[in-house]
Design a protein around this ligand. Structure first.
Ligand code: PLP
Length: 248
């Protein structure tokens, strides 16, 4: 790590979907919503509570429902994110105050976040982009001093070493099709405050489950993409199978 680039990238832009054939076969046996309903809350190693949901945006929407947002509330957001996150914030009546990113960290400098916070700020949402997991302690301090919730959008940052910044009040992860360690859809909300986690879990539990066919058609679609992205392996497998069948 150097001063110019003080983080490690964990997300590798790829043309291949990051899921194994054995995972696809296992998923075919367990419909996604059964898994989510069977284990809506998980103990988290750090003493935090983790909730499974159908996408990170679902988790973010449930979080905003669970928070007691003021009618004229604002959200301070790092300036680069997928449009869906901004749309959800607006749908909850929040006015967005975007904050520019430092090119060295791809997160906004803490001073700019502090300047953007007003008495109407309900929460700060910082995206950890391209698999980086930047240290959020300065931003967390600015939020703590002003009594504002810090939410980390770690959609692209899941790894064996990173399960959310300890300074964030809430960390959100995505397991959508193009993510590292994809589950072809799904999200995880990790909350430091157990009471908030329970309120988010209640909102998630009120959602109508998606039909099995939704996940099954996803499974087939991405199995086809995976096969198309790795035709040599599929061809070798096919050739091996026909050789096996041809044996007397
Ligand atoms: C930074 C960021 N935030 C949020 C999301 C939304 O994730 P999901 O598709 O699980 O809702 C994505 C997905 O690409 C993302 O990259």
């Amino acid at each position: 790590m150097d001063a110019e680039f003080p983080f490690r990238l964990r997300l590798h832009p790829r043309h291949l979907i990051d899921i194994g054939w054995s995972d696809l076969l296992a998923a075919a046996r367990f419909p996604a919503h059964d898994l989510v309903e069977a284990s809506p809350t998980l103990a988290w190693s750090s003493g935090r509570t983790a909730l499974l949901c159908l996408s990170e945006r679902t988790g973010f929407d449930a979080l905003l429902q669970a928070l007691d947002l003021p009618p004229d509330g604002e959200i301070v957001m790092s300036a680069v994110n997928v449009s869906g996150m901004a749309e959800i914030a607006r749908a909850h009546g929040l006015t967005i105050r975007p904050v520019d990113l430092s090119l060295a960290t791809l997160t906004p400098p803490a001073e700019l976040v502090a300047e953007a916070i007003t008495s109407r700020t309900a929460l700060v949402l910082i995206a950890q982009l391209y698999g980086a997991a930047h240290d959020l302690s300065d931003i967390a301090e600015a939020c703590r001093e002003r009594g504002v919730l810090l939410v980390e959008d770690a959609a692209q940052a899941w790894s064996d070493e990173f399960r959310g910044s300890p300074e964030a009040d809430v960390s959100l992860f995505s397991f959508g099709p193009i993510k590292t360690s994809t589950a072809l859809g799904g999200g995880v909300v990790v909350a430091a405050d157990r009471g908030l986690a329970v309120r988010v879990a209640d909102v998630l539990a009120s959602h109508r489950p998606l039909p099995d066919r939704w996940f099954r058609s996803r499974l087939m679609k991405y199995a086809a993409f995976k096969a198309a992205g790795d035709p040599h392996r599929v061809f070798r497998f096919g050739a091996g199978a026909s050789r096996h069948r041809a044996r007397p």
